[in-house]
Design a protein around this ligand. Structure first.
Ligand code: C2E
Ligand code: CA
Ligand code: CA
Ligand code: CA
Length: 277
């Protein structure tokens, strides 16, 4: 068991070129992972700069592998997308995140739960039914659920994607564009998209205080977003200086290691009493 544990660990952590056989192996393990309850969600707080409090959490999935330990999403989400397993994983994530948000709501904490959606969930699977069912099963009112989408959902069938977004919006769910600034969509689509929020990608936040171009991009996104009546959140905030810049330029919310890493639900609950800014 020791031996296979080490192999599995190597398999997930060191090998850059996973061959077809290994992919199949990992795919099988991932399929079992859902069944065996090995997936877990960690929660990272989103903080309102003006009110200095937590407005919500982003749910981030991890795979608690019996031998390899905690596997980060970058190591299995791409495979899940290629194999279509992301549909089942995404459904599990939605249900679990809504359940947790309802638990917080019931304990007197009305928080918005942000859930990542993969582009495939838009094109395949019954996204609208899946979302409606997660809300119904958990009893969570739709306004406490926010879906984080990337611009890649627009790549294949823009009209269909827009229709889905409007239907979600009509249900009362909030929508945000993740990794904003890294995508390909034309800015003119933004106002037609029915989204509520833009999330500035962490690649622009990282060198914000040293790189004048990144600083200019961040300022422009905040300005553009506000002109379109969108709320702006910056992710990957790690330093005081980044926070000061973002506050100075009117960014609405922040998220990053400066405040907290993503944490298991119980530890995340502990953050709720804290003063952040
Ligand atoms: P993302 O949605 O852009 O999530 C942000 C990532 O940045 C998370 O990594 C988070 O832990 C990390 N992060 C947060 N604050 C900081 C910071 O201050 N500095 C740095 N360097 N990183 C920070 P994580 O949890 O490993 O997730 C990686 C990606 O995996 C996510 O990127 C998202 O694209 C994907 N993912 C995670 N959970 C799900 C899910 O349930 N469904 C889908 N479809 N994708 C998911
Ligand atoms: Ca995200
Ligand atoms: Ca992001
Ligand atoms: Ca990202």
């Amino acid at each position: 068991a020791k031996e296979s544990g080490r192999n599995t660990y190597r398999f997930f952590n060191e090998q850059m070129n996973i061959d077809a056989l290994e992919q199949l192996q990992m795919q099988g393990q991932l399929r079992n992972a859902i069944r065996n309850g090995e997936l877990v969600l960690h929660y990272q707080p989103q903080i309102d700069i003006g009110r200095s409090g937590i407005t919500g959490f982003e749910a981030l999935v991890r795979w608690r592998h019996p031998e390899a330990g905690m596997i980060p999403p970058a190591k299995f989400i791409p495979l899940a997308e290629r194999s279509g397993l992301i549909i089942q994983i995404g459904e599990w994530v939605l249900n679990e995140a809504c359940r947790q948000a309802k638990a917080w709501l019931d304990s007197g904490r009305p928080l918005v739960m942000a859930v990542n959606l993969s582009a495939l969930q838009f094109r395949r699977g019954n996204l609208l039914e899946t979302v409606a069912s997660a809300l119904e099963r958990s009893g969570l009112p739709a306004r406490y659920l926010e879906l984080e989408l990337t611009e890649s959902i627009l790549l294949h069938d823009i009209e269909a994607a827009m229709q889905t977004l409007h239907a979600l919006k009509a249900m009362g769910v909030k929508l945000s564009i993740d990794d904003f600034g890294t995508g390909y969509s034309s800015l003119s689509y933004l106002k037609r998209l029915a989204v509520d929020k833009l999330k500035i990608d962490q690649s622009f936040v990282r060198d914000l205080t040293e790189d004048p171009e990144d600083a200019a991009i961040v300022k422009a996104i905040i300005q553009l977003g506000h002109t379109l009546q969108l709320s702006i959140i910056a992710e990957g905030v790690e330093t005081d200086a980044q926070l000061a810049f973002l506050r100075n330029y009117g960014c609405d919310e922040v998220q990053g290691y400066f405040f907290s890493r993503p944490l298991p639900a119980e530890e995340a609950s502990g953050l709720l009493a804290k003063d952040f800014l």
